[in-house]
Write a protein that binds this ligand. Structure first.
Ligand SMILES: Cc1cc2nc3c(=O)[nH]c(=O)nc-3n(C[C@H](O)[C@H](O)[C@H](O)COP(=O)(O)O)c2cc1C
Length: 394
C-alpha cells in the first residue's frame, strides 16, 4: 500500500471517534483522495482555492514537460514554485527525452514536491505526436521503466505513473497487466494511477478521449487482485463523494477526481476531509474561503508583468457556486466584471451581491448523493486473472 509512515484507512465503526486515519509526524494522510493533474486548470490559483476548501486532498500540478523545466532554467519559480500550504502536492512531468527528464527532475527536486508523477496517459496530438510521449509510452513499457528509474535516481521522493487502460487496439486486460508488470519490476514505480478508459490516438480530440472510450473499472479492480504488492488509484468519471467512497470500499487504495473537483469544488472538496478522511466537520463558509482567496489573488496579480490577470485568478471560481441560488446572475456579473475590474477585491464587490448571504455564510451541506452503488458488483465483472509471460514459460 502507501509505503512506510502512511496509514491505511480503517473501516469506520459506529463507536469509533471520527478520526479514522492516523497521521504520523512529518507526514500527511495517504492519497485516498486526489485532484487530477489538468493542464490549464490545476494551476497555482486553482490549487490555492482547493486547499482553502480541503486540508487533506492531494493536489497534482498540471503536466509540465521536462523540456519546459530544462529550457526555463532561469525562470523556474514561475513554473515550479508553490506556497507551502499546498502540500501534499505532486508534480506531474511529461517527456520522452531521458536526458531532459533526468535534468528536469534534478531541477525540480529543489522545490520539495511530495511525489513525482510520470505522464503516460495524455493523448493530445500536441503531446502524443511529438515522438513517444504521453499515452504512446504505454506501448513501450521498458522505456517507461528506464525513464522512471532515471527520474527516481534524481529525486528523493516516490515516483508514480499515471496511465490509461490501453491505447488504440492494444486494449486487452493482459496488455495492461504486461505494462504494469514490466514497469513495476524494472523500475522503482509501485503506485499506478489508472484512468480507466483507453485512449485513441487518431480520430478523437483530447476532450473526446476523456468521454468516448468507455470506462472499464473492472480492469482497475483486476489490477488490484493481480498485483497485490502494488498501489493503485482509480481515476475517470467519478463525480461525487458517494462514488469516491464506493470505489474505496470496493478496495481501491486511492481515488483521483478531475473534472468534478474543478467544476464543483465546494461540493466535492468540501466533503473530502470529513467523508473520506474522517476529520471532524469544519464550519468554514464560502465567504471565509473567498476572503482568503481575495487576499491571495490581489497579492499575486500581475506578479509576472502582464500576468496573472484578474481573469486567470477568477477562472477557478467559476464553478464555486455550482447549483446554488444566484449562480446564474453571478456568472453574468462575473463575465463583465472580468473585463473591467483591476483587483480581485473590486471583482468580488461587484459580483457577490448576486449571491444570497445564506449561501455565502453556510458551511458545506450534506454531500450530494451520487451513484454510491457504482462499484457494487465490480468484482464479479473482473477479467480472468493475469498470467505473466513467466507463467507461460513455466
Ligand atoms: C482540462 C483537462 C486537462 C488535463 N490535463 C491533464 C494533464 O496535464 N495530465 C494528465 O495526466 N491528465 C490530464 N487530464 C486528464 C485528467 O487528469 C483525468 O485523468 C481525466 O479528466 C479523467 O478524470 P475525471 O473523469 O475525474 O475528470 C486533463 C483533463 C482535463 C479535463
Amino acid at each position: 500500500m502507501f509505503g512506510e509512515g502512511r496509514r491505511e484507512r480503517k473501516k469506520l465503526q459506529k463507536e469509533e471517534p471520527l478520526i479514522a486515519v492516523v497521521m504520523v509526524a512529518n507526514d500527511y494522510f495517504p492519497p485516498l483522495f486526489s485532484v487530477a493533474p489538468m493542464m490549464d486548470w490545476t494551476d497555482h490559483h486553482y490549487r490555492t482555492l482547493a486547499r482553502l476548501i480541503s486540508k487533506h486532498t492531494w493536489l497534482y500540478t498540471e503536466m509540465l514537460a521536462a523540456e519546459t523545466i530544462v529550457y526555463q532554467k532561469g525562470n523556474l519559480d514561475r513554473f515550479l514554485a508553490y506556497s507551502p500550504d499546498q502540500h501534499p502536492i505532486v508534480l506531474q512531468i511529461g517527456g520522452s527525452n531521458l536526458e531532459n527528464l533526468a535534468k528536469a527532475t534534478e531541477l525540480a527536486n529543489a522545490y520539495c514536491y511530495d511525489e513525482i508523477n510520470f505522464n503516460c496517459g495524455c493523448p493530445s496530438p500536441r503531446v502524443a505526436g511529438r515522438g513517444c510521449f504521453g499515452v504512446r509510452l504505454m506501448l513501450d513499457p521498458k522505456f517507461v521503466a528506464e525513464a522512471i528509474s532515471l527520474i527516481a535516481a534524481n529525486t528523493n521522493v516516490p515516483v508514480t505513473v499515471k496511465c490509461r487502460i490501453g491505447v488504440d487496439n492494444h486494449d486487452s486486460y493482459n496488455e495492461l497487466c504486461d505494462f504494469v508488470y514490466k514497469v513495476s519490476s524494472l523500475s522503482p514505480a509501485k503506485h499506478f494511477i489508472i484512468h480507466s478508459r483507453k485512449a485513441l490516438l487518431k480520430g478523437l480530440n483530447p476532450a473526446e478521449n476523456r468521454t468516448i472510450p468507455p470506462l472499464k473499472y473492472e480492469y482497475f479492480y483486476g489490477l488490484l487482485r493481480d498485483f497485490p504488492d502494488l498501489t493503485f488509484t482509480i481515476n475517470g468519471g467519478i463525480a461525487s463523494i458517494d462514488e469516491a467512497n464506493g470505489a474505496l470500499n470496493a478496495g481501491a487504495h486511492g481515488v483521483m477526481v478531475g473534472r468534478a473537483a474543478y467544476n464543483n469544488p465546494w461540493h466535492i472538496l468540501g466533503h473530502v476531509d470529513t467523508a473520506i478522511y474522517g476529520a471532524p466537520r469544519s464550519n468554514v463558509t464560502r465567504r471565509q474561503v473567498l476572503e482568503k482567496y481575495q487576499v491571495y489573488g490581489d497579492s499575486v496579480l500581475r506578479r509576472y508583468g502582464l500576468g496573472p490577470t484578474v481573469r486567470d485568478i477568477v477562472k477557478p471560481l467559476l464553478g464555486f457556486f455550482h447549483s446554488a441560488p444566484g449562480n446564474g446572475l453571478w456568472k453574468r456579473k462575473a463575465d463583465s466584471a472580468i473585463q473591467t475590474c483591476t483587483t480581485i477585491k473590486s471583482f468580488f464587490e461587484e459580483t457577490l451581491v448576486a449571491i444570497p448571504d445564506s449561501v455565502l455564510d453556510s458551511p458545506v451541506l450534506e454531500p450530494q448523493s451520487g451513484r454510491g452503488d457504482l462499484f457494487a458488483n465490480i468484482h464479479s465483472l473482473r477479467p480472468p486473472p493475469y498470467r505473466t509471460r513467466l507463467d507461460d514459460a513455466i
